[in-house]
Design a binder for this molecule. Structure first.
Ligand code: DX5
Ligand code: ZN
Length: 226
């Protein structure tokens, strides 16, 4: 596990979709490092969320970095437009039937950091052809499409295998972002597996009680640094 501070990205998928500006600002006030934007087209995954116009509208709500997670059939058509909309990174799904080489380079050429996301059932070898074009990998610990699912414990082993497959660049291992079912309990497992960034949705937006979302962020941070 890296001793470096693990970043927390708030997924607003499980926030009140009728008040996303407030949700972004509440996550910032609670102490998250980044905002994770789950873009779903209703075809690649059986769910439809929000798109480019919403991301453009939210950009002015916070100075926090935006990370776009494209769960869409044609990421090549859209990826650079999310960079232009103010996303610092864009993750496209390796399972999508598209020209990933072209898209990953296009994300980087437009100034963004390029990542490939892979679902739990997808063989990690699918990342191999693109290993030199990645700035990070988005390791799904739930099947893409919905928040509030349970973390799949094989994630740590998959992260280790991805690290072995992709190797190092400039002497550093590929940054691994982990997405799905992260809470104060599962964060420790993901961190032990080598996660550099944790995407957290429902564990933040369902947080109640006196410490609310800020307490949830603190608990996750503490669990991830044990
Ligand atoms: C699922 C999304 C995840 C998810 C995280 O397809 O990519 O970002 O919303 O939410 P929780 O933390 O509730 O699993
Ligand atoms: Zn996501």
């Amino acid at each position: 596990m890296s001793s470096a501070r693990i970043e927390i990205a708030a997924s607003i998928l499980n926030a009140d979709l009728g008040a996303l500006r407030e949700a972004v600002q509440a996550a910032e006030a609670a102490g998250v490092d980044r905002i994770h934007l789950d873009i779903m087209d209703g075809h690649f995954v059986p769910n439809l969320t929000f798109g480019l116009a919403t991301v453009e509208a939210l950009r002015s709500a916070t100075k926090l970095p935006f990370d776009a997670h494209l769960m869409i059939l044609s990421p090549g058509l859209w990826a650079t437009r999310y960079v232009d909309a103010g996303c610092e990174s864009v993750a496209i799904h390796v399972e999508a039937p598209d020209q990933h080489r072209v898209t990953l380079d296009a994300i980087r050429d437009s100034g963004g950091r390029a990542g490939l996301a892979l679902d739990p059932e997808t063989p990690i070898e699918s990342l191999a052809p693109f290993r030199d074009q990645l700035d990070f990998a988005l390791v799904m610990t739930v099947k893409s499409g919905f928040g509030g699912q349970s973390y799949r414990p094989e994630a740590a082993a998959r992260m280790a295998a991805i690290r072995a497959l992709v190797g190092e660049r400039d002497g550093h291992p590929l940054p691994l972002h982990v997405d799905g079912g992260i809470n104060a309990t599962t964060a420790a497992d993901a961190a032990a597996g080598g996660a550099d960034l944790l995407v957290v949705g429902s564990a933040l937006f369902s947080a109640q009680g006196p410490t609310g979302m800020g307490g949830a962020v603190r608990a996750i941070r503490e669990s991830a640094t044990r």
